[in-house]
Design a protein around this ligand. Structure first.
Ligand code: ZN
Length: 190
């Protein structure tokens, strides 16, 4: 069935192209926000403890997630998800909340892609400067939020250096100095 233009656009812009259906789009002109009312269409959510799929819906609930802005308009996703009864008789988890890891982490208040972008800002600039840039980009995040996201960053595995070098490093020519550690054998900055 062909979709109308609005439906196509919102589907393209959703935080996941699968498992979500847009029910309504509500625009608030005064606050310059758009709220997407979205329902999970995941066929059978899986229990996070035993991974058994379940079709037994216990109840439903709504999560509200901040998402990446559209132009300079803030976007919120009101996500309608299910609580299911685990189908495994031996599982210790009787009821579990449906998870959509491609959309957001459990308990998160922002979508995974929004968190990833704020994390990149935090990694590049740190807390205070990152907070200022995030506000400029309509990505408002507190310093603490950015630092929490930075702490969650997975660092690539690197061998423990055997020979360390220490050097001075100028952030701006002749101005701010810092100290860097260098892996002499690999020629990389640590
Ligand atoms: Zn289970």
């Amino acid at each position: 069935m062909p979709m109308d233009g609005l439906h196509v656009i919102t589907s393209f812009l959703l935080p996941s192209q699968t498992d979500l259906r847009v029910d309504r789009v509500v625009a608030d002109e005064q606050r310059r926000t758009v709220t997407l009312k979205v329902t999970s269409t995941q066929v059978a959510p899986t229990c996070p403890r035993c991974a058994a799929a379940s079709l037994r819906v216990h109840s439903t609930y709504t999560r509200t997630l901040a998402d990446l802005p559209w132009a300079d308009v803030g976007v919120r996703v009101r996500l309608h998800v299910r609580k299911c009864t685990c189908s495994s008789a031996t599982c210790s988890r009787q009821i579990f909340c449906e998870r959509l890891p491609q959309v957001a982490r459990p308990w998160a208040r922002r979508t995974a892609r929004f968190a990833a972008q704020q994390q990149r800002i935090g990694v590049a600039l740190g807390g205070a400067a990152g907070q200022r840039l995030a506000e400029d980009l309509d990505h408002a995040a507190s310093r603490d939020t950015l630092l929490r996201l930075v702490r969650r960053t997975e660092m690539p595995d690197a061998p423990t250096p055997r020979i360390l070098g220490v050097d001075d490093w100028a952030r701006r020519k002749g101005q701010t100095y810092g100290t860097i550690l260098i892996d002499i054998e690999r020629g990389t900055i640590i």
